[in-house]
Design a protein around this ligand. Structure first.
Ligand code: IPD
Ligand code: CA
Ligand code: CA
Length: 258
């Protein structure tokens, strides 16, 4: 029942994304920061997702980007990004998705990420592997950072901190390592899981950006940690997700130890 609801909720949100995509009259407003957008599609997608989940599980805890917390005394927590990649979406760029993770007693149980424009539906369940459109996926086999294709993202408000996102980015680029910037952390993670990217890092994510995607990477055989390399929780800002084989070396690059 949990899985069915997760898949239905993800599809319900994605239908809304399709409905409003490229609509010239799409209402767009600003959140904190200059280009931190929210559109009526974000709200409508969230509404469709919440309705689907709450119909089945009215007493589960919900954390959703636009609605915030619907706090319940429950072992289950749904962590929802109704559109990941809103800036892309608002510009008609089809690199965006719905991302939903389901936690049980603080452990990620399942995650779903659906990009209806590319027709890519990613799903993972703890201990049961990761799938793209029902087919098993695996991380890449690359063993060297210098030969890797990486992806990253930047926060809406630049983080002025030592060894921040731009310093890190520059380090890779100066050495000739290709680092892409797609604008959707959930897609970035899924593309690591699918073996397209060898690694993804970002300095400031929210729980809803990574909740589903990090499980999908782990279940595809990859590794996900914070920048200390010890553990990963979507409730702290740093993420390094790799195929596992370049993880230790990536930590050195990120922490300026190369
Ligand atoms: C953003 C995207 C982007 C990442 C930002 C996120 P949103 O999410 O995932 O790739 O760099 O940090 O906030 O705002 O499109 O849901
Ligand atoms: Ca997001
Ligand atoms: Ca969002």
């Amino acid at each position: 029942m949990h899985k069915e609801t997760l898949l239905n909720a993800t599809e319900a949100g994605a239908k809304v994304l399709q409905y409003y995509f490229n609509n010239k009259d799409l209402r767009i407003s600003n959140k904190e920061g200059i280009n931190n957008l929210v559109t009526e599609a974000d709200h409508a997608s969230e509404k469709a997702i919440l309705e689907t989940i709450r119909q089945q599980f009215p007493d589960h805890f919900i954390l959703s980007e636009e609605a915030g917390e619907i706090a319940m005394d429950s072992e289950y927590k749904w962590i929802i990004d109704p559109i990941d990649g809103t800036v892309n979406y608002a510009h008609g760029i089809p690199i965006c998705c719905v991302s939903i993770g389901l936690e049980h007693n603080g452990k990620m149980l399942m995650g779903a990420v659906f990009n209806p424009f590319l027709k890519e539906f990613y799903f993972a369940e703890a201990g049961k592997g990761a799938m793209l459109n029902g087919e098993p996926i695996q991380v890449s086999a690359q063993t060297e950072v210098i030969k890797s294709c990486l992806v990253t993202g930047f926060p809406y408000t630049y983080l002025d901190m030592p060894n921040g996102p731009l310093e890190c980015f520059e380090r890779f680029i100066r050495k000739g390592v290709p680092v892409r910037r797609l604008g959707s952390a959930a897609m970035d993670l899924c593309w690591v899981a699918a073996g397209r990217f060898d690694g993804f890092y970002e300095h400031k994510l929210q729980a809803w950006d990574s909740a589903a995607g990090f499980l999908i990477v782990e279940e595809a055989g990859g590794k996900v940690t914070d920048f200390a390399g010890t553990y990963y929780s979507p409730f702290q800002p740093h993420i390094l997700a790799t195929n596992g084989k370049i993880h230790a070396e990536m930590l050195q690059w990120i922490n300026d130890k190369i």
